[in-house]
Design a binder for this molecule. Structure first.
Ligand code: AMP
Ligand code: TRP
Length: 350
């Protein structure tokens, strides 16, 4: 009789944890907080999709992280399914990548607590993201916001991750993860792999369309600051046309023209044309012509993802089964790592 394992394809067996992959392990996460924007797509998701064949991939919808800021039961549920569908619509393939929901694998919460014992309060308090979100609001922000990077370290370290593809804003959290892992290894013996951030030189920090000194952010109160995946073509076009520009009229990327540099970056990433070629094409044409063409490119790039997301949202059982299967695969790996960690720390009895 042919075993179940033999009838599965190589990639399915690797994903199921039956055989080890010799490819480097990639892990990344994204919060189901709604307002998925062009920065998330170009800074993270598109790279996850493009690199799928090179790595042993695990991608996680980090719903527990989303609880660090105020949310409701209903919006968390809706945003979770919608984000799963955005990831699938963007091209993440469950046959080549594990895609799962953080809260489905309880080991994340458990490891977070254990790692908190080798994390210093001072280093958490000094994290840029915490300082930005908590500034002057000690009595309003949750303790979860402070603990956020410890949970992120648990996500990454549970899976022996080599590479973490993220936008520039996450660099500090990955560095902290490395510090936590080294400290744990020094105290309890070699247990965790030290992960490296995978941050692309271009597109890792798209800026706000309203203020090029701020990053494009899900939490910006000004809806014109970001192109959201939920925007219709008219809205996207309007946001691009009203986007802040620099003084002068030249379409060139230089440090003293951060606004037009940001728009050129978006154009180049979506069209595949080098920035230098775009500068030549738009020389002497002014911002208006450039922005009209950019709007068309953005709309054309996002339309198929929007369409596919809407189709998948109409069939939520697809996301449900992808996430359930992904959780089974992730859990098999996480359980193994946790028993090693408990053993090393002396948690439990012989
Ligand atoms: P988040 O929405 O905070 O869960 O972020 C999901 C991913 O998008 C992370 O890898 C971020 O680093 C990335 N990201 C968020 N904002 C931007 C931005 N403005 N430019 C590039 N990448 C971004
Ligand atoms: N903090 C990340 C963000 O806001 C999301 C995240 C949680 C993550 N866990 C992770 C990213 C693990 C990479 C690896 O973007």
């Amino acid at each position: 009789m042919v075993s179940e394992q033999a009838t599965r394809s190589m990639s399915e067996n690797v994903l199921a944890g039956n055989i080890a992959s010799d490819r480097p392990r990639v892990f990344s996460g994204i919060q189901p907080t709604g307002n998925f924007h062009l920065g998330n797509y170009l800074g993270a998701i598109r790279n996850w999709v493009d690199q799928q064949d090179r790595y042993d991939n695990i991608f996680c919808i980090v719903d527990l992280h989303a609880l660090s800021q105020s949310t409701t039961r209903r919006s968390l549920r809706e945003n979770t399914v919608n984000l799963a569908n955005v990831l699938l619509a963007s091209g993440l393939d469950p046959l080549r990548s594990i895609i799962f929901l953080q809260s489905d694998v309880r080991e994340h919460s458990e490891l977070c607590w254990l790692l908190s014992s080798v994390t210093q309060y001072g280093e958490l308090r000094r994290m840029t993201q915490f300082k930005d979100k908590a500034a002057g609001k000690d009595e309003q922000v949750s303790a979860a916001l402070l603990f956020y990077p410890v949970l992120q370290a648990a996500d990454i370290l549970l899976y022996e991750t080599n590479l973490v593809p993220v936008g520039e804003d996450q660099k500090q959290h990955i560095e902290l993860t490395r510090d936590i892992a080294s400290r744990f290894n020094a105290r309890y013996g070699q247990t965790f792999v030290l992960p490296r951030p995978d941050i692309k030189p271009v597109g890792a920090r798209l800026m706000s369309l309203e203020d090029p000194s701020k990053k494009m952010s899900k939490s910006d109160a000004n809806p014109n600051a970001a192109i959201a995946l939920t925007d219709d073509p008219v809205t996207m076009t309007r946001k691009i046309k009203r986007a802040v520009t620099d003084s002068g009229t030249e379409v060139i990327a230089t440090p003293d023209k951060p606004a037009i540099t940001n728009l050129l970056t978006i154009f180049s990433l979506l069209s595949g044309e080098p920035i230098a070629a775009l500068e030549t094409r738009y020389a002497g044409k002014g911002y208006g012509a450039f922005k009209s063409d950019l709007a068309e490119i953005v709309v054309a790039a996002l339309a198929p993802i929007q369409l596919r997301t809407a189709e998948l949202n109409a069939n939520p059982e697809i996301a449900r089964s992808v996430l359930a299967e992904g959780a089974d695969r992730a859990r098999a790996r996480a359980v193994r790592k946790m028993s090693e960690v408990r053993e090393r720390m002396g948690v439990g009895i012989d």
